[in-house]
Design a protein around this ligand. Sequence first.
Ligand SMILES: NC(=O)c1ccc[n+]([C@@H]2O[C@H](COP(=O)([O-])OP(=O)(O)OC[C@H]3O[C@@H](n4cnc5c(N)ncnc54)[C@H](OP(=O)(O)O)[C@@H]3O)[C@@H](O)[C@H]2O)c1
Length: 347
Amino acid sequence: MLHAPWNPADALTVQGRYGSPYTDQDPHRDALRQSPLHPDCTVAGSEGFGRVVELLQATNDIDDEDHSNSLQVGDWVTVGKPGLGTMRSTMWVPTDTLVRVERGEELWDRAGPQASALFQLGGTAIRMLRDFVSLQPGEIVLQNAGNSAVGYMVSQLAHLRLGASVVSLARKGSKTTSQWNELVEHLTTNGNCSLVVAEEDLQDRRALAAFQAQLKQLGNGTCPRLALNTVGGNSASLLLSSLTQGGTMVTYGGMSLQPVTISTAHLIFKDLKLHGYWHSRWMVQHSYKERHDMVNELVDALLDNSLTCPPVQVFPLSNVRQAMDWESTQQSHLAIRRKIVWDCQEM
Ligand SMILES: NC(=O)c1ccc[n+]([C@@H]2O[C@H](COP(=O)([O-])OP(=O)(O)OC[C@H]3O[C@@H](n4cnc5c(N)ncnc54)[C@H](OP(=O)(O)O)[C@@H]3O)[C@@H](O)[C@H]2O)c1
């Protein structure tokens, strides 16, 4: 591996609080459970960008029909199945757990360490925008945690690929006014959001009603049909109350650790629909071709259409403690979040 990002799911996995998408019958389940280097311990990390340096067999086992996608030494690759344990400089894994990144060299030159955060975060964004509601150009998608890495990809990809506009909620928290303004500028200019609103500003009924009127206006008279929730609790309730009749909310994370609650009236009279999305499951259940197409769609978008990856803060793998200290003491003082990325070659 060259670089691997540190995602919230990695922290939960290390704490033993994250699920596994593998069934008992899945051949990858046991193969990926342990590191060949340290058979008694698993390795953290579920996303990354690297190169093939050695192959143990001439024809390898990627599950495409004509083997046209078989890996070669020198290929640029990312993760195609969850649970590989990417926080290491070298991994021996079955070839069909990787996905070849076409134009990898160009991607590396353009994005460097940021490239490692493109695939799963961007893939999550693409799937949620495509698989639940058939969005039309000009439609509005509403999301919370708009300043998260996934949120940043959602707003850009909705605009680039579907012509839809994204309205993002984010926490003002302890940000100063100038930091908040900097964040709003970043999310609207680089992230292509149509509107960024502080959750704290929607806490009374009149403010919420004014926001919902604004949403309707932005959507040419229609409130959003799709909301993406990764926070839960009150934040999810704000999304639900802003959806149109028959609208859909997709939950893909629970950062507040609060449950999603929905009123009976919203279910019966408003006919709202709730779904969950888990990219790990998507990767396990879809073919190599589908994973390869999506990975390379993201690369093309980045190289051709000015999709940008979230900002990153790079740490060598030997500095895990320093990185965790930085996350807990410095991150909340930044106007714009940075995702931790491990430099897997610098030990
Ligand atoms: N289901 C899937 O397949 C899938 C795939 C990828 C990611 N995810 C999930 O998506 C979420 C975002 O991931 P990411 O990598 O984009 O994260 P990230 O860049 O680290 O951003 C974390 C986001 O969560 C917010 N947050 C943190 N603690 C919070 C709290 N207590 N209450 C409300 N908001 C809080 C942060 O807001 P502040 O900046 O204000 O702290 C920030 O917007 C995570 O929950 C992750 O597990 C799910």
